[in-house]
Write a protein that binds this ligand. Structure first.
Ligand code: ADP
Ligand code: ASP
Ligand code: MG
Length: 406
């Protein structure tokens, strides 16, 4: 007998037929003698729709209320699954984030988990119930509902698995594992039977939304075995593991694509100490994370600063930066969202030279212009025009020998 956490994503609970299918799979796991905790997302498209409704009313919805609104998506699915399981003759009970309580900080829309007491869930398991937990949501010390950032149900699942010391956390989704690139973009992508925490962390951070990055951080920190697999078939998926000698030898293990970033340029900034600090302090004070930064020197003691932020923060960043630009006497602030970031990742890059040059050459040969570059020990990222996003991803997948042969 094992203690199993199963998380089902948006497509897997996308309609009532799918919810019945999930109920059957959960029941089967329970019938095999396991204790089962289910963590659910909202039905696919629902979270987007809720946000859109708020945005019809205002450009900048109150962030506390937006969390209250978004949390309703998961409240719906947990109740429906518990109803379906009960109808099938099982003892099942839904539980919301604040009822556990899954305690977070107060950063609405991207709250971090602080603590998950296990007593409530354990008590329900002791009563031989199937526990159905609403993913994505928590509660702050003031009792306000919070959410964990888009894709956050993955993190709810792994964090709950860590808290109750589950034997495995299964992430059921609409692909049958983690691939060398998004299989919906690169048809020749290969499924990986295992992936290391470190490579998965990089890939999640660079846009592979199959696992939210914070879920991988939890898995690594607490040693939770995570199995990413399809809710549509019984095949083995991908295990996220600590070490994998084969993977460590691969120069490039995966290619990722992020299409929702935005680029902001501040032109003719005075070139003197403290200016960059002033610009980015203002951005940081607004709780916005910056990704890539480049600074070009112009003649006459002027520079241009260009940087990228997540698309969701675009409008807010423009507002903040326009204010600072006026204070420091910069000429103009402009931005756009017509960009994409393609990245290659692999632990083996540490010991290979020329990987970045090969990436730039492969893109150039196909006429893809590179607008920004950033690197780390185990990754190289390029910002390209949005219209080249998929093409660039496929070019790099082929260039680094990752295409499936068949
Ligand atoms: P869920 O609703 O189940 O949480 P998501 O849409 O959040 O599902 O994540 C699954 C999606 O992640 C897939 O449909 C796929 O398009 C995308 N994806 C991106 N990169 C990868 C990758 N390297 N391997 C597998 N899927 C990926
Ligand atoms: N429903 C939330 C979202 O769409 C959380 C999740 O699906 O993991 O982001
Ligand atoms: Mg997801």
């Amino acid at each position: 007998m094992s203690l199993i956490v199963q998380k089902y994503g948006g497509t897997s609970v996308g309609d009532l037929v799918r919810i019945r299918e999930v109920a059957k799979r959960v029941a089967k796991t329970y019938d095999a003698g396991n204790d089962v905790v289910v963590v659910l997302s909202a039905m696919s498209g629902v979270t987007d729709h809720l946000i859109q409704m708020a945005e019809v009313l205002t450009d900048s919805p109150n962030r506390r209320e937006l969390d209250v609104l978004m949390a309703t998506g998961e409240q719906t699915t947990v109740a429906l699954l518990a109803i379906a399981l009960t109808e099938m003759g099982y003892k099942a009970q839904s539980i919301l984030g604040h009822q556990i309580p899954l305690l977070t900080d107060s950063a609405h829309s991207s709250a971090r988990i602080v603590n998950i007491p296990k007593d409530q869930v354990k008590e329900l398991l002791d009563q031989k119930k199937i526990v159905v937990v609403a993913g994505f949501q928590g509660v702050d010390p003031g009792g306000n509902i919070t959410t964990l950032g888009r894709g956050g149900s993955d993190t709810s699942a792994v964090a709950i698995a860590a808290a109750i010391q589950a034997d495995v956390c299964e992430i059921y989704t609409d692909v049958d594992g983690v691939y060398t690139a998004d299989p919906n973009v690169v048809p020749k992508a290969k499924k990986l039977s295992t992936i290391t925490h470190d490579v998965m962390l990089e890939m999640s951070g660079l846009g592979a939304k199959v696992l939210q990055i914070r879920s991988v951080e939890f898995a690594k920190k607490y040693g939770v075995p995570v199995h990413v697999r399809s809710s549509f078939n019984e095949e083995e998926g991908t295990m996220v593991v600590n070490e994998d000698k084969d993977m460590e030898r691969m120069v490039v293990a995966g290619v990722t694509l992020a299409k929702s970033d935005a680029r902001i340029t501040v032109t003719k900034v005075p070139d003197r100490p403290g200016i960059a600090a002033q610009v980015f302090q203002a951005v940081a004070d607004a709780g916005i994370s910056v990704d890539m930064i480049i600074q070009n020197t112009r003649s006459g003691n002027m520079t241009d600063i260009t940087f990228t932020v997540g698309g969701a923060d675009y409008k807010r960043t423009l507002e903040v930066v326009k204010k600072v630009a006026a204070e420091i006497g910069a000429e103009d602030v402009a931005g756009d969202t017509d960009i994409a970031k393609v990245s290659i990742t692999g632990v083996g890059m540490k010991s290979h030279s020329g990987v970045a040059a090969r990436m730039f050459r492969a893109l150039a040969d196909e006429g893809v212009n590179i607008m920004m570059i950033s690197t780390s020990e185990i990754r190289v990222s390029c910002v390209v025009e949005l219209k080249y996003a998929e093409l660039a991803t496929r070019i790099l997948h082929t260039e680094f020998g990752l295409d499936r042969e068949d």
